[in-house]
Design a protein around this ligand. Structure first.
Ligand SMILES: *[C@@H]1O[C@H](CO)[C@@H](O)[C@H](O)[C@H]1NC(C)=O
Ligand SMILES: *[C@@H]1O[C@H](CO)[C@@H](O)[C@H](O)[C@H]1NC(C)=O
Ligand SMILES: *[C@@H]1O[C@H](CO)[C@@H](O)[C@H](O)[C@H]1NC(C)=O
Length: 530
């Protein structure tokens, strides 16, 4: 029934559309676009718990951000975990194989929730890649080979990342592997979220708590060679080593990959932290929100492409957004901090600290510290040099083997005050570090990530321009050195953080491990939730 004029109109229309797409990709400042893509990460405040119709408010805010002027030149936007739908507003999600554009389905073919369709339409309309996190449902019998018992309603409920391409097509779906304290199912077979883009970058993605484990996060880098990682989170920051931006920077640096991290913004509950990181080139943009309300804001950066063999160091520029006092941000504390072998740093006798060696377990670290104090006042933080080699748990369910060499702040002389913040309103430390050098020998291991770790009292890391990092293999150990090279005040943490992941368990991981892990979770849930 297509008459000629309609075909011609369609042709004109598609040419117009095509031009629009190309022009939106063009960058105005003359930097060659083949070296960059433009990414945006949303620090996103969810509606307060109990808000009626939070989903439609969230959806509206997502769409506004996607269509905003700031987002105009952005190729890919990442939204954080847990800021869209709730467990009673589930949706099916197509897999990549289904090759579905939810926006383009006719009403009778559409089995997806309206909000998923609307976001597919927004991706299509504004020609952007979108990454969102949602709560997904799937009928159990679709996975015929899964022997685990299905719940009574016949559904599996997953915490899922969904990726749309510029046509609104679902090109990737990843279900969270390391569920935290949430009542969610896990996939029977390990999934890896990987997708390609039209700007020549291949991405991997994972969710929140996954960042602390080998599978799938570290595997995306080591086994699949992915250089650009997307991380959606609602991350609960922990002092002194695992606050959000601190860990994001360290993970990106330690792996030397780009990391796009979007965080749910809910500081009173402990979650905030978004940023875009360029591996050893440091932070492109980073934010920790510490006010009492959280925010909804798109942070964007030009991200250098890693598959090109060019020097990136002077192609990046950095913006860090710090908020004043972290007084509303609820912070956890490292449960092992009192078990470190540590000594108090003495500001009167700084020469004492030259070449100081401390050991714990199989790890020895060497510290060279040079300090001065501002004015005559004593600093309102005490500092310890500490070493730790051991196991740590997270909410008792999962654990990692960790090795740390670090300097960290304490409120009093007592070790029990380390990893706490000095009274709000009085956060500035008058101690100035002129230089710090921390060195350690870290035994080689199949599953290992060694990260620089630093934190200032604004809860952002020390910028890359002020540090030196080196790691070289000597026999069966890595010789690692982390140095502060220019004067810095308001320091909370400076050190080396090595995650040996799940130790021996990691060797026999994959399916058998996940089966056991799954039963443990079920057992835990039986005991505590049912
Ligand atoms: C993804 O979003 C859903 C819905 O808000 C939430 O229940 C789930 O916990 C989120 N995923 C993660 C990893 O938080
Ligand atoms: C999914 O989780 C529910 C609730 O915890 C549980 O009853 C059910 O057995 C799980 N299903 C699968 C296939 O793991
Ligand atoms: C990068 O910096 C170096 C030295 O500062 C300079 O010689 C070089 O031209 C710069 N490269 C670019 C692409 O700007």
């Amino acid at each position: 029934m297509n008459s000629k004029p309609i075909q011609i109109l369609k042709l004109i229309f598609s040419v117009l559309l095509f031009n629009k797409r190309c022009s939106s990709l063009r960058q105005s400042d003359g930097l060659a676009e083949q070296f960059y893509y433009i990414a945006g990460v949303a620090e996103f405040r969810p509606e307060a718990i109990g808000t009626t119709d939070a989903l439609s408010t969230h959806l509206q805010a997502y769409k506004e951000m996607i269509g905003s002027v700031e987002a105009e030149d952005v190729d890919i936007i990442v939204f954080p975990e847990g800021t869209l739908n709730k467990d009673f507003q589930l949706t099916y999600v197509p897999s990549k194989k289904d090759n579905v554009i939810p926006c383009s389905l006719s009403e009778e073919d559409n089995i997806y929730a309206d909000f998923l369709v609307e976001l597919s339409c927004a991706a299509q309309r504004f020609k952007k890649y979108l990454v969102i996190n949602l709560t997904e449902k799937e009928i159990c019998w679709i996975n015929a080979n899964d022997p685990r018992p299905c719940s009574h309603n016949g559904l599996n409920i997953f915490n899922t990342n969904v990726v749309f391409d510029r046509d609104g097509r679902v090109i990737s779906r990843y279900r969270k592997t390391h569920v935290y304290v949430e009542n969610k199912n896990t996939s029977y077979e390990q999934e890896y979220g990987i997708f390609e883009t039209d700007f020549g970058v291949r991405f991997g993605h994972f969710i929140c708590f996954d960042i602390l484990f080998y599978t799938p996060a570290q595997e995306l880098v080591e086994r699949f060679g992915i250089t650009d990682i997307i991380f959606t989170s609602k991350f609960y920051s922990e002092l002194p080593f695992l606050t959000a931006a601190q860990l994001q920077m360290g993970w990106s640096w330690g792996n030397n990959v780009n990391l796009l991290a979007a965080g749910a913004s809910y500081p009173v509950n402990g979650s905030t932290g978004s940023g875009i990181y360029a591996g050893e080139n440091g932070i492109l943009v980073s934010v920790m929100v510490t006010g009492n309300v959280g925010e909804r804001k798109l942070y964007k950066a030009k991200v250098p492409k890693r598959n090109l063999n060019i020097s990136l160091s002077n192609l990046t520029s950095s913006t860090m957004t710090a908020y004043n006092l972290p007084k509303y941000l609820r912070l956890l504390k490292d449960p092992q901090i009192e078990n470190f072998n540590s000594i108090l740093l003495n500001f009167q006798q700084e020469t004492d600290m030259d070449g100081k060696t401390l050991c714990h377990g199989n790890l020895c670290c060497q510290f060279n510290i040079s300090t001065s104090t501002m004015n005559s006042s004593m600093p309102n933080y005490y500092y310890r040099l500490g070493v730790f080699d051991g196991k740590r748990t997270y909410e008792k369910k999962e654990w990692n083997n960790i090795k740390i060499c670090s300097l960290y702040a304490c409120v009093t002389e007592s070790v029990s005050s380390c990893g706490e913040l000095s009274t709000p309103g009085n956060l500035n430390s008058s101690a100035v570090f002129l230089s710090i050098s921390i060195k350690g020998l870290f035994k080689r291991s199949k599953h290992l990530l060694i990260m620089p770790n630093s934190l200032k009292s604004n809860l952002l890391p020390v910028p890359a321009s002020k540090i030196n990092w080196s790691k070289s293999l000597q026999g069966d150990s890595y010789e690692v050195s982390h140095q502060l090279t220019s004067e810095t005040d308001n320091l909370l943490t400076f050190g080396i953080y090595a995650n040996y992941y799940e130790g021996n368990a990691a060797e026999r991981m994959h399916l058998s491990y996940f089966r056991k892990f799954y039963f443990l979770i079920m057992l835990y849930q039986k005991i505590f939730f049912i």
